[in-house]
Design a protein around this ligand. Sequence first.
Ligand SMILES: Nc1ncnc2c1ncn2[C@@H]1O[C@H](COP(=O)(O)OP(=O)(O)OP(=O)(O)O)[C@@H](O)[C@H]1O
Ligand SMILES: [Mg+2]
Length: 359
Amino acid sequence: MSSQKIPVRRSRFPVSLLVIFFLVLLLMSGIHFGLIVLVNERNWSELVQTIIPMIYWFLVALGLTLFTGWRVRRSYEIPMQNLAKATSKVAHGDFSVYFPTTNTSDKLDYLDVMIIDFNKMVEELGSIETLKTDFFSNVSHEIKTPLAVIQNNAELLQRNHLSEEQKKECTETILHATKRLSNLITNMLKLNKLEKQAIQPTPHCFDICAQLCECALQFENIWEKKNIEFEADLEDKVMVEADEELLAIVWTNLLSNAMKFTPDGGTVTLTQISDEESVTVSVSDTGCGMDADTVKHIFDKFYQGDTSHSTEGNGLGLALVQRILQLCDGIITVKSEVGKGTVFTVKLPAYLKNEEDLL
Ligand SMILES: Nc1ncnc2c1ncn2[C@@H]1O[C@H](COP(=O)(O)OP(=O)(O)OP(=O)(O)O)[C@@H](O)[C@H]1O
Ligand SMILES: [Mg+2]
C-alpha cells in the first residue's frame, strides 16, 4: 500500500550514469589526445601509430562494457534470478517465502513494487492454504465422529443378545448421529452458497414480530423439557424489508444456542424493540456464558468453545448468522459473562414506511 503513496522510479538506471559515462569518455579522449602527441613525438611507424589508439579504444570499450554489464547484473539479473528462485519455491508449495526489496522504501522502483506485490500474493496464498487445510481437517473430524457412532451402534445391533430397550437406544443414537451429519452438510452447503453469493437475499416486507413468535415456538418442547423459563417481550407488529427465510435462520440459531447453553431451570429472553431507524432483537440467556477469548472466535467456522456441548452441532451456526447479517445489512453484537449468561443483539435497518403501509 505504501508503494502507492511514495513516488516510484520508472527506471532502474540513475541519471548519474550519464554523468559517469560523460566524465569517463572526456577523460579517455584526453588520454587519447596525449597518446597521439606521444606517438608523434616518438616518430613511430604509421602502422604503430594506427594500432596504439585502436588498442587503447578497444580497452576503453571493454571497460565500459564490463561496467555496464556489472550494472545490469546488479540491477536486473541478480534480483530477477532471486525472484525466479522464490517463485519456484512458491510453485512447489512453500508459502513462507519472503523476498526483500532491492531499494529502501523511500527509493522504490517498479521492480520493488513488483516484489512487494509478490510478497503480498504469497502471504495471501499462504493464508488461503491454511484455511483450506483447517477446513478439510474440521470437516473430516465432524464427519468422522458421527460415522464412528453409527458404526459402533450398528455393530451392536447386529449382535442378537440386545434387549428391546437397548435396541431402541442404539437406533436413537444412530438417528441422532445421522441428524448431526445431515445438519452439517446442510449448513456447509448453505454457508458455501452464501459466501459465494450464490444465494442473493430476496427482500420483501414482512412482520418481524410474527416471525420471532413462530421461531420461538419451535423451541417449546426444549424449554419445557429443560424446565427453562422462556420470556418474550415483543412489539405487536413491526414491518421490516429483508429476506424472511434467511432471517429465520438467524433467530433459530440464536435461540437454539441460548437453549443449548442454558442449564435446566434457567431463563431465556427474546426481546424486540424498534425506532425510526432500526429494529433491535436480543436473545439473552442465563447460561454458562463465555470468556473474552471464546467470544473472539465464536463467528469462526467450526469453532465450538464449550466442549461439553460439542456433540450437539458443528460450530457453523454463528458463522452462518454473521454471513446472513452481512448480506442483510444487519449488525450482531454479543455480551457475555462466564457463569452469568449471554446476550446476542441484532440490529436491522427499519422499513421506511410509505403511505400505503400506514393505511
Ligand atoms: N448463548 C451462548 N452461551 C454460551 N456460549 C455460546 C452461546 N452461543 C454460542 N456460544 C459459543 O459459541 C460457539 C459457536 O456457536 P455456533 O452456534 O456457531 O456453534 P454450535 O452451536 O456449537 O453448533 P451449531 O450451531 O453448528 O449447531 C458454541 O460452541 C459456544 O461455545
Ligand atoms: Mg449454534
